[in-house]
Design a protein around this ligand. Structure first.
Ligand code: FES
Length: 68
């Protein structure tokens, strides 16, 4: 699904970039171009970023719990 219409950036591209370690909206803008034109996608970009980071944190905690 397109999140940033101005730059043609999808939710999957944002998820992938966050999974690769880009954790700021500024970084996502630099990498993908999203949020850099009209800015209307900023809230949704943030939301997707936060969801991916939350999943990564859960996975890390589960890994730590299993290894202790
Ligand atoms: S919709 Fe993303 S900058 Fe316009």
């Amino acid at each position: 699904m397109y999140v940033c219409i101005c730059k043609g950036v999808t939710d999957r591209e944002i998820q992938s970039a966050v999974e690769d370690g880009i954790h700021t909206v500024r970084g996502l803008r630099k990498q993908l171009g999203c949020t850099g034109q009209c800015g209307k996608c900023k809230a949704q970009v943030r939301e997707i970023r936060d969801e991916v980071i939350a999943v990564q944190c859960d996975m890390t905690l589960n890994t730590l719990a299993l290894s202790s």
